[in-house]
Design a protein around this ligand. Structure first.
Ligand code: NAD
Ligand code: ZN
Length: 359
């Protein structure tokens, strides 16, 4: 079972049924009592009863706090409402908060847990592919402000992550695909079994129960020992310097995050190959061609014609991950061999966009 290990402690990622959450809470040393459950309307409608029944059967008093689905709920206003609804239930510092949902609920509920009474014990119960392979692991929580995404937040490690593979069956196909983009990212970063399994599996959707825990284990390994993103954790931004720019330039909500990251990873692979060769190379040589073939299986969308290269480059330079010496890119010298590239000539970046535009 994958474990995240930080200097401050460690936590496990369990792949098992939601109904085991109450037992995991007791295993973590908590006594049955009030349990706050933050979820969204969609996930709550599907899975709140199963979780609440299991909690009650184990002697807990579940107190649901339900927010509207979607990124809009990662707002100061919704956060304030969640805090108020949690406080109304009269929690103590030992009251757990269970975040049942996708990355939105995990980030919002996690941030509420980080701040309520200066910190409540948190359980992450991720229900999307993205949340199971990525957002529930690593302890980052937060909300958006009108000045940008995730600008207010806290590091708050959970007691445990409990990912039930069965809940993924109700996810819309586009959400599954979007989450799989992060799984592909982890496969490129780590290589090994995950990469081989994804290359060999003809239909990823039918192998989620195998792929998702492997991809989660890669994230767990990367964030262990780099809780605050001092080094290795930055590799998780593969495809994201390009992807965030595309997401922002297209207008948030037009493309899913995973779709934008898929296009971004193709650009990052082109950049990787051209930095290795000392010139823009097309078609991509190995090993980048094999990696690009994997990314293309995500069916990356076409970049809208209205988005010019100028607009995309401009969107990149306002990304918060830019540092003093210019843009910073995660590139791959091979499968499972990432490194950071700085001071990349703009012409290379434009060539990478031109490549990723062609689907
Ligand atoms: P999401 O939470 O909005 O979920 C996507 C949609 O699927 C929602 O409408 C939700 O109601 C629905 N849904 C969730 N589970 C379902 C299920 N089992 N069956 C049917 N429908 C279900 O989006 P997401 O993609 O999971 O997460 C995106 C968020 O994650 C972003 O806000 C992003 O910033 C954040 N994120 C955080 C981290 C981190 O390290 N904290 C990392 C990556 C992303
Ligand atoms: Zn991402």
């Amino acid at each position: 079972m994958p474990t995240v290990t930080h200097a401050s402690g460690s936590y496990a990622i369990h792949t098992e049924a939601l109904a085991t959450a109450p037992r995991r809470l007791r295993d973590a040393g908590l006594e049955p009592g009030l349990a706050l459950v933050v979820t969204d309307e969609t996930v709550g409608g599907l899975y709140l009863d199963v979780l609440a029944d299991a909690l009650r059967a184990d002697g807990w008093q579940p107190h649901p706090v339900v927010v509207p689905p979607g990124e809009g709920s990662k707002s100061i206003a919704t956060f304030a409402g969640v805090c108020d609804a949690c406080l109304a239930a009269g929690p103590s510092r030992q009251t757990p908060l269970l975040a049942l949902g996708g990355g939105v609920v995990g980030d919002l509920g996690g941030f509420a847990a980080a701040t309520l009474l200066r910190g409540l014990p948190l359980a992450q119960l991720p229900t999307t592919v993205l949340a199971q392979v990525d957002s529930s692991i690593g302890g980052k929580t937060g909300i958006n402000t009108r000045r940008g995404k995730n600008l207010v937040g806290a590091f708050h490690a959970p007691l445990f992550v409990l990912a039930d593979p069965a809940v993924l069956a109700t996810l819309p196909e586009r959400e599954v695909r979007s989450g799989l983009a992060e799984a592909v990212k982890h496969a490129l970063l780590a290589g090994g079994d995950l990469f081989e399994t994804m290359v060999a599996a003809p239909r990823w959707e039918e192998r989620l129960a195998e792929i998702v825990p492997m991809a989660a284990a890669v994230k767990a390994a990367v964030v262990s020992g780099d809780e605050r993103e001092a080094g290795e954790r930055a590799f998780l931004n593969l495809g994201h310097t390009f992807g965030h720019a595309l997401e922002a330039a297209a207008g948030y909500g037009t493309l899913t995050h995973g779709e934008a990251v898929a296009v971004g990873m193709r650009a990052a692979l082109h950049l990787s190959a051209s930095l290795a060769a000392g010139r823009a190379v097309e078609p991509l040589p190995e090993p980048w061609a094999a990696m690009d073939a994997l990314v293309r299986r995500l069916d990356p969308p076409a970049v809208p014609h209205a988005l010019t290269d100028d607009a995309l480059v401009a969107a990149m330079t306002s990304d918060k991950k830019r540092d003093a010496s210019g843009l910073r890119f995660v590139v791959l010298d091979g499968v499972g061999v990432p490194r950071l590239a700085q001071g990349v000539p703009e012409a290379r970046v434009r060539a990478a966009w031109a490549f990723a535009r062609r689907v």
